[in-house]
Design a protein around this ligand. Structure first.
Ligand code: UDP
Ligand code: MG
Length: 216
């Protein structure tokens, strides 16, 4: 069976990096300029966790607290459903969303090799990985700061340590695998949000011209 979405029309960019690396922040900044749809796998899981009638609520809660990876079929289905809905909703709106075309930033996914393979084979072949790279010290410091306001059950030192372990063990191999396919753009991300965004834009500019400039 071919993938659900045709990668010549639907562009998927994965956004990876440790917890607190700035994946969500940078993705949100890219949305306006390039008309991306930003999907955060973690946010989709948190929404499913509290959805009335979900059979996965308890499983998701436990995985998130323990910093482990929710079974792939759950996350992949949530991503597929979200992509289908957004493609229908934005169809014909222009800015890269005509004729079944679309462009997605998928943040915090894939978190292990099996998810990467399964998504590329069955949902949509991804075209690029933006990899936000910084030290564990920086990651821990940022999440402790974020914990003051995030309300996230996994923004505490114990969960952070578990998340970092999962990241090293399961997610770094994904980055290495895509590196071997020349699909990774690494962005040093210890600096300020603005500095990191400047480096991000340089990479994305080479792929897409912001729609506002097409008309000129
Ligand atoms: N998670 C998962 N599969 C995914 C993405 C997230 O199981 O594809 C779970 C995992 O337990 C992870 C948590 O959701 O630790 C939070 O992920 P998120 O990406 O929101 O955290 P971040 O890395 O941005 O801090
Ligand atoms: Mg995030």
């Amino acid at each position: 069976m071919p993938p659900v979405f045709d990668s010549s029309k639907v562009t998927v960019i994965f956004v990876l990096g440790g917890p607190g690396a700035g994946k969500g922040t940078q993705s949100a900044k890219l949305v306006d300029s390039y008309k991306f749809c930003h999907l955060s796998a973690g946010d989709l899981l948190r929404a499913e966790q509290v959805r009335e009638g979900s059979e996965y609520g308890q499983l998701i809660r436990t995985c998130i607290r323990e910093g482990t990876i929710v079974p792939s079929h759950v996350t992949i289905k949530l991503l597929q459903n979200a992509m289908t809905a957004v493609l229908a909703e934005r169809s014909g709106s222009g800015d890269g969303w005509n004729d079944g075309r679309g462009r997605f930033l998928i943040d915090g996914f894939p978190r292990n090799i099996e998810q990467a393979k399964s998504f590329d084979d069955t949902i949509c072949l991804s075209s690029l990985v933006l990899f936000y790279d910084t030290s564990e010290d920086v990651l821990i410091r940022r999440i402790i700061e974020r914990s003051k306001t995030s309300g996230r059950e996994d923004d505490n030192l114990e969960s952070i340590k578990k998340r970092l372990r999962t990241y090293q063990k399961d997610t770094m191999p994904v980055i290495d695998e895509y590196k071997s396919k020349n699909k990774v753009k690494t962005i040093e991300s210890s600096g300020s949000i603005e500095e990191i965004y400047e480096d991000t834009v340089k990479i994305i500019d080479k792929l897409f011209t912001p729609p506002s400039e097409i008309a000129n």
